[in-house]
Design a protein around this ligand. Sequence first.
Ligand SMILES: Cc1cc2nc3c(=O)[nH]c(=O)nc-3n(C[C@H](O)[C@H](O)[C@H](O)COP(=O)(O)OP(=O)(O)OC[C@H]3O[C@@H](n4cnc5c(N)ncnc54)[C@H](O)[C@@H]3O)c2cc1C
Length: 303
Amino acid sequence: MNSNNFEVIIIGGSYSGLSAAMSLGRSLRRILVIDSGRPCNRQTPHSHNFITHDGEKPAAISAKAKLQVELYPSVQFYNGLALKALKIGQGFEITTESGEIFTCRKILFATGVKDLLPEIKGFADCWGISVLHCPYCHGYEVKNEKTAIIANGEMAFEYAKLISNWTKDLRLCTNGKSELTLEQTETLHNHGVQIFEQEIDFLEHDEGYISNIVFKNGEKVGVKAVYARPPFEQHCPIPEALGCELNEQSLVKVDAMQKTNVTGVFASGDCTTPMRSVAIAVSTGSFAGAVINKELIDEDYAK
Ligand SMILES: Cc1cc2nc3c(=O)[nH]c(=O)nc-3n(C[C@H](O)[C@H](O)[C@H](O)COP(=O)(O)OP(=O)(O)OC[C@H]3O[C@@H](n4cnc5c(N)ncnc54)[C@H](O)[C@@H]3O)c2cc1C
């Protein structure tokens, strides 16, 4: 057998990809996991809300998962970037950045998304440390603290409602003219949320721990935590290039079995869902692995 030929290639070897690899390794499938080592939570000091690993370093969770998956002899790993994939006959051919070519019968994309952080100075340094994307992941640690939300419009209103579950010491920075309706503005005021429309100049911080939001007019507001939902894009352009449809949120469209619209191509984890969490990435990856194995069994039994 060609040693570069696999039954399944998983592109993306973080939580979702490793979880699928475990399902498939335990199903005796010959698989390759290609990973470029850039998970979206890599800057966060502690990951929360994943039972058995609450509060651990994100890299420690994936390192432990990889150690466990490596014990299955039919699973191989490739550290690097997958550059393109082509449909060849019944299967696929994948080329890496350094020119290696691998073939397979099925592909799983567990490639995550890339957050497009705003240009505000200090934002990127604080991302995942004190500028937070999700209260379920990090809200408990900053409960009742002086907190700001950087957002505008409908999303800002919904976000403020959500975050007020964790702290009442809340303000909204719209970073420019507010796009809230009068009713929304009044509701927020009634709940004690102050609205700042000034444009933000920079975030003052120490090693990613924010102390002040500094506005362009020189005023500042002291906070311990900020919530923001920056836009994102697919981390990996290959699904789209292969013909996988994206939905209106720019996520890879999958059905209830984690199948994309392209036969033989599956996707799991953050690249498919707005519910971004390690637990969900692991869950959808594990399920995708089982579905892929079943599809391989069905195809071989039909021969
Ligand atoms: C700042 C931050 C903090 C977070 N904190 C928490 C938390 O506390 N608790 C929690 O449950 N969730 C948290 N999350 C969400 C969680 O990190 C994600 O839901 C989870 O990482 C998704 O896993 P994934 O495997 O789908 O994608 P990712 O973990 O993003 O991994 C995708 C992998 O695919 C690889 N890849 C992409 N394209 C290619 C390619 N072409 N070739 C090879 N490899 C490729 C990447 O390098 C990466 O390793 C946080 C997210 C962020 C952004």
